[in-house]
Design a protein. Structure first.
Length: 479
């Protein structure tokens, strides 16, 4: 199959060699592509807008109809599902229950798809250019998903919808603090650790060059350019906010909202980022496989997008499974069905949102299933609970908890030398209390926390769990 990467690697190498004026030009040219994409996203969001406020019974019918079409397509054209041809006559009967028929399909793991990729690809995906996306590999080896270019764009639109919900208007400036290496990594101390694209109004800030020495340069450019929004990984936003807070600097600019994605925003991060930037913090849930997504509305609830994929248990038609099983409603190239994403997704059936949208509400407990600590007595401690331990620790920029074995936790602290001793004393006491004295807790100074290829820091790393599962396999979870 011919498929192109969404961003070819060779482009990055050329980019690094052309210097700041060349890089600025490249980003501005790229800006034209972004403008076309935003126009396409806006069109798609217009098409799906009626689903935002449909009565819920209509949601159930709409999803069932798409699910039926997708399952028929899979049985007919995807080798993995050939053995299910006996289901075809049932699926084609419009009075049959497509949700019940879905459960006749096998649960699919990432490992299985990787080992048998060809058998998961449709022989007749329909017309259109095919692209592939890869997961970053934070929790294992990268996973590749193939899809039509149109599907990719539409799924991007659903991520963009979060921005629209929080007040984005055409022409607004956006500051970005994500993993893009827009300033070459070979420049160890750039005077201007950012690039500007006027075409699509982006201020690209480098996440890779943030130090206590140049944090002021970042804050200066934000005050000077006054973007309407700032987006970033929670850990990147946290580190910039921590520098501002440590320097006692009050910004004379606030964005309309702070956008985050890719990681959970922990409570201690939210408190700091909210205080420094003085704006609402709005999240997004998505996956590189582009099967399901959710956006946070102005009332703070996460709404599933509905039209991209189906989470088993999102309506009360099927039980909720953990980690969630998801089925695409859109990808006809590589239709992932009952796919074990490795994420915990909890849906609140009985809640309604004051924003008026009827889209299913997802409770914000999303975390990689492998990211918890396990105590010797078998308690599992979720990262969300651990964040409390890190509240009000002076001088600590970022932190990471690593469970080495059954009885040992190492806490890595990105902080100045003099902040380590007082922070360690507090952490060892609080953390010891949380694990009921069952474990040894050590704090170490570590200014270079383990990052994934996209520059994200994982808050909790459990070496025991990553040892027990083969690389790339979803963490096992039993209920
Ligand atoms: Zn809402």
């Amino acid at each position: 199959m011919k498929a192109r990467d969404v961003i070819p690697h060779s482009a990055n190498e050329i980019y690094d060699r052309i210097g700041r004026p060349g890089q600025t030009l490249a980003l501005n040219l790229f800006g034209f592509r972004n403008r076309r994409r935003i126009a396409a996203w806006t069109r798609y969001l217009g098409e799906v807008a009626p689903t935002e406020r449909m009565p819920r019974e209509e949601h159930v019918r709409l999803v069932e109809e798409r699910l039926r079409g997708l399952l028929i397509h899979a049985v007919r054209t995807v080798p993995r599902y050939e053995s299910l041809t006996s289901l075809l006559s049932h699926l084609e009967d419009p009075s049959s229950d497509a949700y019940a028929l879905l459960t006749e399909f096998p649960v699919v793991t990432k490992q299985d798809v990787k080992e048998n990729l060809e058998s998961y690809l449709s022989r007749d995906p329909g017309p259109g250019k095919i692209v592939k996306t890869k997961t970053s590999g934070t929790t294992g080896t990268p996973f590749t998903t193939y899809m039509h270019d149109k599907t990719f764009t539409d799924m991007d639109a659903l991520w963009w919808r979060r921005n629209v919900w929080s007040g984005y208007r055409n022409g607004d400036w956006i500051a970005r603090l994500v993993g893009e290496a827009i300033v070459p990594l070979s420049e160890t101390d750039p005077r201007k650790p950012w690039r500007v694209s006027w075409v699509d109004r982006r201020l690209y800030l480098s996440t890779w060059h943030l130090t206590s020495d140049n944090a002021h340069a970042y804050l200066d450019v934000l005050e000077e350019r006054r973007p309407a929004f700032i987006m970033g990984y929670p850990s990147s936003l946290e580190i910039l906010a921590a520098f501002a807070s440590e320097a006692g600097r009050t910004l004379d600019w606030s964005p309309r909202a702070v956008w985050y994605s890719s990681e959970m925003m922990h409570e201690h991060q939210r408190e700091l980022v909210g205080r420094v930037f003085g704006a609402p913090i709005v999240g997004l849930y998505g996956c590189a496989e582009r099967v399901v997504s959710a956006s946070q509305c102005e009332e703070g609830r996460f709404h599933l997008s509905l039209v991209d994929g189906f989470v088993e248990g999102q309506f009360d038609r099927l039980p909720l499974r953990q980690p969630a099983l998801v089925t695409t409603l859109t990808n006809r190239v590589m239709p992932l069905i009952r796919f074990d994403l490795g994420d915990v997704i909890d849906v609140a059936h009985d809640e309604t949102c004051p924003c008026g949208r009827t889209l299913p509400i997802m409770r914000p407990v999303v975390a990689r299933a492998g990211d918890w600590l396990v105590t010797p007595s078998g308690r599992r401690i979720a990262p969300a609970g651990l964040t409390l331990v890190f509240k009000d620790l002076p001088g600590v920029r970022r932190s990471q908890i690593e469970q080495l074995d059954e009885r040992t936790i190492v806490i890595h602290l990105d902080a100045d030398e003099e902040a380590i001793a007082p922070a360690s004393a507090l952490l060892e006491e609080r953390m010891g209390h949380l694990v009921s004295g069952e474990m040894e807790i050590r704090c170490v100074r570590d200014t270079e926390l383990e990052m994934s290829a996209t520059g994200k820091v994982q808050f909790v790393v459990n070496r025991m769990r990553s040892n027990e599962a083969p690389e790339g396999a979803p963490a096992k979870l039993t209920k």
